[in-house]
Design a protein around this ligand. Structure first.
Ligand code: GDP
Ligand code: CA
Length: 322
């Protein structure tokens, strides 16, 4: 079975871990958001690609949920001592080597796909990891900082300001002209199921679907498209989806995100949508929207619950395939 997942960082990668436990023989392709990517100290950093690569190879720091385990921070301290502009960004010493290798490949004229392949030669994740695009795409947030209206990179919003500044608008630079990375459209069109995992709908899944040809492939693939709500009971489980959704005027609920994504029969991207067992009151609304809903436990607390969620996702896809 071929499964294609359109993923952000932490939420998506965790879900893919469950998927690999639920379907060990499946051929899984993970198309990863690259709109969080940023140049830091002259290096290209791809947070979601790295989170996926480290999570799926058990190299991730389990407490932090990002970066390498057994990390040290000497380079970051040295950057602070230099008063370097972007010292608020957490670059660990081990992690730094990943960004050096990626940046070397890019400087030698390679693409982000080339760089990702190069990194995966070492890590050998049990999936095919593809960037959504080789073009530079960057999410920026229009906000107000210290009384001034400014536009800042998403990483600055998230890490430096901890999402504690207002969201006026989300601008994804480069998205309108971005083309899919090699293999992405095929992975969507040739899949037996396409999954939107519980990733941030605005800054993770949004940019992937916003690469025009990827969005088109998701709208037209013969495979069922099943999504998992990243919102449980009116709150994002982890991360900053709350601030973003509220800032953009999208209802902060499992149903609100489903309406934002839309039903495929009406030009949206969803055939099926899993909401948490506690959100079963959203099922009639999904029905009216034209999306097949199921209420199941959505908390990825541990490997067992995460696997269960992946099994429920595949079961809904089976039903939709009829
Ligand atoms: P990021 O790129 O690291 O922010 O990761 P993602 O975009 O892949 O996922 C972040 C989103 O996952 C958060 O906004 C949460 O709403 C959602 N999330 C995290 N953990 C869980 C969980 O256990 N269950 C569900 N349903 N959603 C979760
Ligand atoms: Ca991310």
């Amino acid at each position: 079975m071929r499964i294609t997942v359109l993923s952000g960082g932490v939420g998506g990668s965790r879900f893919v871990q469950g998927l690999l436990a639920a379907a060990p023989d499946a051929d899984v392709t993970v198309v990863v958001n690259t709109a969080d990517d940023v140049w830091m100290h002259g290096l290209r950093v791809s947070p979601d690609l790295d989170t996926a690569m480290y999570t799926l190879t058990d190299a991730i720091d389990p407490e932090r949920g990002w970066g390498r385990r057994d990390e040290t921070w000497h380079a970051k301290e040295e950057l602070e001592a230099y008063g370097a502009e972007q010292a608020w960004f957490g670059l660990g010493d081990r992690d730094l080597a990943t960004h050096l290798v990626r940046s070397m490949v890019l400087r030698e004229g390679g693409t982000l796909s080339d760089a990702t392949r190069r990194l995966c030669e070492r890590w050998q994740p049990p999936v095919t990891l593809l960037p959504m695009s080789d073009d530079e795409v960057e999410t920026h947030i229009a906000t107000t900082v210290d009384g001034a209206d400014v536009e800042i990179h998403f990483q600055e919003f998230w890490i430096r300001h901890r999402a504690q500044v207002p969201v006026h608008a989300v601008e994804v630079h480069g998205l309108a002209d971005a083309v899919p990375a090699p293999g992405v459209v095929e992975a969507v069109l040739e899949a037996d199921v396409v999954v939107l995992p519980p990733s941030n709908p605005i800054v993770s899944v949004g940019p992937i679907l916003g690469v025009r040809a990827v969005g088109e492939a998701v709208r037209t693939t013969r495979a069922p498209v099943v999504g998992v709500s990243p919102i449980i009971g009116g709150a994002a489980v982890r991360g900053m989806a709350d601030q973003l959704l509220t800032g953009l005027g999208i209802e902060l609920s499992a149903g609100g995100v489903a309406r934002h994504l839309g039903a495929r029969r009406d030009g949206g991207v969803l055939d099926g949508w899993l909401v948490d067992a506690s959100d079963a009151d959203h099922l009639p609304g999904l029905d009216a929207l034209g999306v097949v809903g199921r209420a199941v436990p959505l908390w990825m607390r541990d490997p067992a619950t995460t696997r269960r969620l992946a099994e429920d996702t595949l079961a809904l896809a089976d039903e939709l395939r009829g």
